[in-house]
Design a protein around this ligand. Structure first.
Ligand SMILES: Nc1ncnc2c1ncn2[C@@H]1O[C@H](COP(=O)(O)OP(=O)(O)OP(=O)(O)O)[C@@H](O)[C@H]1O
Ligand SMILES: [Mg+2]
Length: 250
């Protein structure tokens, strides 16, 4: 198991981040590092601020105060497309696929037109799509519209799009929720595989089975505050955190 060490490169550095929605403090003085190559899981009860934290990183929301640095440079004032172009890709809780486009088209829209993949008539891009479809077991669905896919297939398409993005950091918002056990195993294997290839992953997850199987490190949010971070064993066996997690979700 990998644990963050001081020698590890910090890709994303969050310092004293705050976000208020009127009187509600959705993110409350959060300081967190995402080290390269580490799979971090963000857990916490509904409404803890997990998605808001992603939105603040990706430019979908503007922080009330505090900073986010990517590879040492501030992300202040960046639009979501600019953040994506820097190498931070995300998925959404509600997926946000192009429902009327085919599976293949959904994947291709993520591939930067200026990248080497499109040189020489786009054969490399097509080849990459073929690989990704095989990895996500969507090969047979290549020409189907996203709207016609089964639920688990849509979840994998969302993942396929991030795989096509060439981003260094993946922010995944409940990507495995509602998956059946077989899809779930495939999903964990796939993410572990990409982590081994050098992708840094931060994943919001309620399924504690996935948290245990996938995480190198768990960060626990509650009412906008980062209450604890550590190994999944340490976090999940903490009775105080368990009471918050299960108490507030009940
Ligand atoms: N755009 C917004 N405007 C006002 N309030 C918001 C907005 N976005 C989120 N909130 C509030 O901020 C708090 C944190 O919401 P957030 O969606 O980040 O929680 P979460 O941890 O992702 O929860 P869940 O596990 O249910 O997805 C909630 O109280 C939510 O209602
Ligand atoms: Mg959320």
């Amino acid at each position: 198991m990998t644990t963050p060490t001081s020698s590890q490169e910090i890709l994303l550095q969050i310092r004293n981040l705050n976000k208020n929605f009127g009187g509600l403090q959705a993110i409350d003085d959060v300081t967190l590092d995402l080290p390269a190559g580490v799979i971090t899981t963000l857990v916490g009860p509904n409404g803890a601020g997990k998605t808001t934290l992603f939105n603040l990183i990706t430019g979908h929301l503007i922080p009330s105060s505090g900073t986010v640095h990517w590879l040492g440079k501030p992300l202040k004032g960046f639009q979501p497309w600019q953040v994506a172009r820097l190498g931070i890709a995300r998925t959404f809780q509600d997926l946000r696929l192009y429902s009327q486009m085919t599976v293949e088209e959904n994947i291709m829209t993520v591939m930067e037109r200026g990248s080497w993949l499109w040189q020489g008539g786009g054969r490399a891009a097509e080849q990459r799509v073929t690989e990704i479809l095989a990895e996500t077991q969507l090969t047979d669905k290549r020409k189907e519209r996203a709207v016609d896919l089964a639920y688990a297939e849509r979840k994998f398409l969302s993942l396929a799009r991030i795989m096509a993005s060439q981003a260094k950091l993946w922010l995944l918002d409940e990507p495995a929720s509602g998956l059946d056990p077989r899809s779930f195993e495939r999903f964990v294997t796939l993410l572990r595989d990409y982590a081994k290839r050098g992708i840094t992953i931060c994943i919001i997850e309620h399924n504690l089975d996935i948290v245990i199987k996938l995480s190198d490190r768990v960060a626990f949010l509650d009412q906008g505050k980062l209450l604890a971070q550590g190994s999944s064993e340490d976090i999940l066996k903490d009775p105080h955190l368990a009471a918050i997690y299960f108490g507030e979700r009940a």
